[in-house]
Design a binder for this molecule. Sequence first.
Ligand SMILES: [Fe+2]
Length: 296
Amino acid sequence: MNTQTTETPLADHVDMRMVTVKSDDDRLDRNNIVQLDPDHPGFRDAEYRARRNRIAEIALTYKPGSPIPDAAYTEEEQEVWRTIWQALKPAHQKHACAEYLSALQRLQIEPSRIPQLREVSGKVQAISGFRLEPVAGLVAPRVFLESLADGVFLCTQYIRHHSTPLYTPEPDVVHEIIGHGVTLASEPLAELNRIFGAAVKRSKSSEALERLARIYWFTIEFGVLLENGLVKAYGTGLLSSAGELEAMHKAELRPLDLREIEQQEYDPTHFQPMLFCASSFVSMYEEVRSHLVQWG
Ligand SMILES: [Fe+2]
């Protein structure tokens, strides 16, 4: 169970234990696809749950390569987006690395409304060749990581419950777009994602997959680096949460060491107490790239 309070802003990718999506086999009731944990902020909101089911249907009936149908967000949900954006804009200027800030400029994301995955995917594809595809929720790590090899990023489309605008127990469209969507509009970061996918495809054992998932976590999701002597974020879990961006300055910093990361466990339910810091964007890119191309 997630022990975060609703005051604690936290966005992460892997902590999806509060939500499950029924598999095809047991989807007897198509109007009740998404199962929220009783502790989920939206558990008692029947309208929210119905909307989550409708958005999940988009993903479940999606044909890869076709345009992604738009999700119908409510005004309350648009307000969630505006609230988050208000907190993130100054946090990005202070804590995001230069590569992220220029990718953010390229994408021209509107602060006033939730962008549709279709729009973001089109822009990202024109820049790096990556495209977004909707998923209803829980995706096995191997499925998620292997799809990266084909230039496909599997994305959730719903937004967190409006009662907790700065907290989500699961990855939502905020994390996907402000975190991953933007970083995939950076050619070097998109390339690292692709190489991750290829390394996972070459790794047959679950033990090797676990080591790669740890590297993904401590670089693509929670990586930091030095820029003019200051610690800046390039990790999507940090860049999609103002709370995480502030908290990263309290984390213990270790020099980027991919062998060490392979052995390092992490807890997705809390702010990260320890982060791996590269000496620059270029050195991070070179190090991660050469480690992964030699993988397996
Ligand atoms: Fe993520």
